[in-house]
Ligand binder design. Structure first.
Ligand code: FES
Length: 140
């Protein structure tokens, strides 16, 4: 299995690891099959993600994709962060081996879950905005 230099870099030096104690939104997603868990914390100022941190109990590809995903949404409006797809994260990492593609879904789902939590706390129904947060189905 060959990983790109970018994947190795984000795995060895993951950005934005940790938690935000007074987070405005927290999302936790997991996969029953591989047991990986991802937790994402966001701070929101005027509709913009001013800070984001993640913690994962997961594989290297999950660490690298989450690290890249947090970099891609930091400083971005919520609407833009919601549009971030796992495909865009994988492209930014210059690819992932096919069997590891599902790991990138975890980061996308965790971001959506955190934003959904933020909207719920604001008294806004998150579902029409965030959509369905599915499970990582093909974890292996
Ligand atoms: Fe399940 Fe990587 S997220 S093995």
């Amino acid at each position: 299995m060959i990983y790109s230099e970018k994947v190795m870099d984000h795995f060895a030096n993951p950005r934005n690891v940790g938690e935000i104690e007074d987070a405005d939104g927290v999302g936790e997603v997991g996969n029953a099959k591989c047991g990986d868990i991802m937790k994402m914390y966001i701070k929101v100022d005027n509709g913009v993600i001013s800070d984001v941190k993640f913690k994962t109990f997961g594989c290297g590809a999950a660490v690298a994709t989450s690290s890249m995903a947090t970099e891609l949404i930091k400083g971005k409006p919520l609407e833009e962060a919601l549009k971030l797809t796992n495909k865009a994260v994988v492209e930014a990492l210059e690819g992932l081996p096919p069997v590891k593609l599902h790991c990138s879904v975890l980061a996308e789902q965790a971001i959506k879950a955190a934003i959904s939590d933020y909207y719920t706390r604001q008294g806004i129904d998150p579902l029409p905005i965030v959509g369905e947060i599915g499970e990582c189905e093909d974890c292996q």
